[in-house]
Ligand binder design. Structure first.
Ligand code: ATP
Ligand code: LTN
Length: 337
């Protein structure tokens, strides 16, 4: 049998996880975990690239890890850990920073979006450098596949460019990774602003995102307030005017695993009120077992922290090897044993 492919991905503990994070990323990690040798990381060092609250970082970090497990990741198959527990992530990021051109970083659309929302004085160099840390996360484990939502495509292209430049300069060191993006639900849009990506940290509006820990009543209320249009026609469409209905159908399709024709046939002749309620029900039923499992995991004192300690110890073995290799190739004097 051939070795399973190495997979790496992560979510930032920068807020409450949304159904966008679940549909775009976590769900595919869970569905295919038995096929891969996978590392799933809570990328806490990424969450400090914009102003944040130090008092809540550790709670959020544990919460995100618990949600990975509650959504179905099993430590039998996956290594689950926290980025800052394996310091080689930030170490490798520095080495890679020194071979990354400023032009590459300036082209990153996420940097442009996120920096546009901050006052110039508050834009940290970490925000610009963030994709280099992400490349380090991926390359540290000789990753082949990176399961992410569509918004991360450009960052993975950059990780490939960095790996190629390193290999060309210092000799074959890194595996060149590829993005693995779901066919359905790769970009879930905000319920209140269906032309922008649903995001956990960029809006204060209550009606933008559905969170994995939202109560059923809250989920229903949010979907009832979702922006649609006045056409009363339930069909997939790329027209920005119809983005709201398209988004509701996309969420429904992703969670019920039907094809587009099946979904349209299912809603034929029905009204938007009906569409919203049905999508809300599918989401509520998807979240119910996750929330139950989450409560059980959190009630078991110290359990999550133990999983994370074991995960970090496993990750560290590979990380140490890669960094030693990188330092040797870059010409550093290695310490005597
Ligand atoms: P932030 O708002 O803090 O920038 P985010 O909600 O965009 O965060 P990330 O932690 O940056 O989430 O992303 C984690 C994973 O979830 C990534 O793989 C990303 O592509 C995916 N993801 C995030 N939002 C969506 C979305 N709306 N639709 C599909 N996938 C998404
Ligand atoms: N930048 C990612 C989160 C992230 C990530 C990674 C995803 C950090 N490091 C490595 C995949 C692989 C985001 O979703 N904003």
């Amino acid at each position: 049998m051939t070795n399973p492919k190495r997979v790496f991905s992560g979510v930032q503990p920068s807020g409450n996880l949304t159904i966008g994070n679940y549909i775009g990323a976590i769900r595919q990690w869970v569905e295919r975990q038995q096929e891969f040798d996978a590392c799933y990381c809570v990328v806490d060092a990424h969450a400090i690239t914009v102003p944040y609250e130090p008092q809540t970082l550790q709670t959020k970090t544990r919460e995100v890890a618990a949600l990975y497990l509650a959504a179905g990741l099993s430590t039998d198959y996956a290594t689950v850990f926290v980025q800052s527990h394996v310091p080689q992530h930030t170490e490798l990021a520095w080495y890679l920073t020194c071979i990354t051109s400023l032009g590459w970083l300036n082209r990153m659309t996420q940097f442009k979006d996120k920096s546009a929302r901050l006052e110039t004085e508050m834009i940290g160099a970490g925000l610009l450098n963030y994709p280099v840390l992400m490349a380090a996360d991926i390359l540290l484990y000789q990753t082949e596949l990176v399961p992410v939502g569509d918004d991360q495509r450009q960052h993975i292209e950059l990780a490939r460019d960095i790996a190629q430049r390193f290999n060309a300069t210092f000799g074959e060191t890194f595996t060149i990774p590829a993005a693995m993006i779901p066919l359905e639900g790769a970009r879930v849009m905000g319920l209140d602003t269906p032309t922008t990506k649903m995001s956990k940290s960029t809006t204060d509006s209550q009606y933008h995102a559905v969170y994995l820990l939202d109560e059923p009543d809250t989920v229903l209320k949010k979907f009832k307030r979702a922006v649609t249009d006045s056409l009363a026609d339930i069909r997939f469409s790329a027209d920005p005017e119809r983005a709201g209905v398209n988004n509701l159908l996309t969420i429904f399709q992703a969670l019920t695993h039907q094809n587009a024709e099946g979904v349209e046939a299912h809603f034929a002749g029905k009204g938007y009120g009906h569409l919203k309620t049905e999508v809300a029900e599918v989401v509520i039923e998807t979240l119910r077992p996750i929330q139950q499992h989450y409560a059980e995991l959190m009630a078991e004192g110290g359990y999550i922290d133990r999983v994370l300690a074991e995960g970090a110890a496993k990750a560290q073995v590979i990380a140490t090897q890669t960094v030693a290799d990188v330092k040797g190739r870059m010409g550093f004097l290695l310490p005597a044993l």
